[in-house]
Design a binder for this molecule. Structure first.
Ligand SMILES: NC(=O)c1ccc[n+]([C@@H]2O[C@H](COP(=O)([O-])OP(=O)(O)OC[C@H]3O[C@@H](n4cnc5c(N)ncnc54)[C@H](OP(=O)(O)O)[C@@H]3O)[C@@H](O)[C@H]2O)c1
Length: 249
């Protein structure tokens, strides 16, 4: 059943009809520059929508899991632990942080922060991997930022981590991300190597040179030792995760 999370009525109707035990919210307005251009929509989707979902979840006694982001941090001192103080640089980060605070006001719900997601579907819209692979296959030169550090995360590993968190009744705030911290440029090179493509077509560029509307956290990434310790989940380095996601490349 489709559900626009910015409609309180629709959210209540869908949740009352389905009475789920667990609600996992992956819906968000994720266009970071688009959030700067339309902060009202950002607030509505990223924060207000979460409030509607939380209210409806509590009405049917469902547990609620919110997927959040390292963009709640300013990227001056990453990688970050759960107890580090958020200081978002952008509308996207601020609206996602506001949603986190709504979730944490209620005891039994869960936030999982993650970063730089990539999945096995190479045709997914806005896929970083698709952009790199298609550009290199066409022999097109591309520029990738070499001053943003994160730990890229395979979506299927995140799904396993979320399932573990549900099974073990985890609540509060957890980080889940990949094992390896690297720049976006290094990540692009790894993708190129994995698909045996001409990596010399990838050139490094500074974030500032892109002139994007929203500032990006630079030295970021998420330490997930709390989740690994409490819930015994595993994470993987980028090369292994690429091999798992694209085994016949
Ligand atoms: N991708 C990353 O690297 C990354 C990193 C950290 C955290 N996250 C978080 O992970 C979650 C999933 O991100 P993603 O990369 O999968 O984002 P995405 O590809 O942009 O998908 C977001 C989804 O939200 C839906 N959506 C937007 N507005 C909605 C509304 N009003 N009601 C219902 N659905 C709505 C979109 O549907 P339509 O396509 O129909 O608009 C889309 O399916 C988000 O919470 C994001 O903040 C992502």
């Amino acid at each position: 059943m489709p559900c626009d999370i910015t409609s309180e009525h629709q959210v209540r109707e869908v949740i009352q009809a389905s009475r789920p035990a667990v609600i996992i919210n992956t819906a968000a307005f994720t266009d970071v520059d688009g959030n700067e251009r339309d902060p009202e929509k950002a607030d509505l989707v990223n924060t207000k929508g979460v409030e509607y979902l939380l209210t409806a979840a509590d009405e049917v006694d469902a547990r609620f899991i919110q997927v959040s982001t390292d963009y709640v941090f300013d990227g001056t001192a990453g990688p970050y632990l759960e107890e580090d103080t958020p200081a978002p640089l952008s509308v996207y980060g601020r609206t996602k942080l506001a949603a986190e605070r709504l979730v944490l006001e209620r005891d039994r719900h869960l936030i999982i922060r993650t970063n730089v997601l990539f999945g096995p579907d190479i045709h997914a819209p806005a896929s970083f991997i698709r952009w790199i692979v298609n550009s290199l296959r066409e022999d097109e030169p591309i520029r990738v930022v070499d001053d943003q550090v994160n730990n890229p995360t395979l979506t299927t590993h995140l799904a396993v981590a979320i399932k573990s968190a549900i099974d073990q009744h985890a609540a509060g705030l957890y980080h889940y991300a990949g094992l390896e911290f690297l720049t976006r440029y290094e990540f692009a090179l790894r993708i190129g190597y994995h698909f045996s493509l001409p990596v010399h077509k990838i050139a490094p560029i500074a974030t500032e040179e892109l002139g994007q509307l929203a500032p990006r956290p630079l030295l970021s990434g998420l330490i997930c030792s709390k989740m690994k310790m409490d819930l015994k989940v595993r994470n993987a380095n980028v090369t292994d995760a690429l091999a798992e996601a694209f085994p016949r490349a």
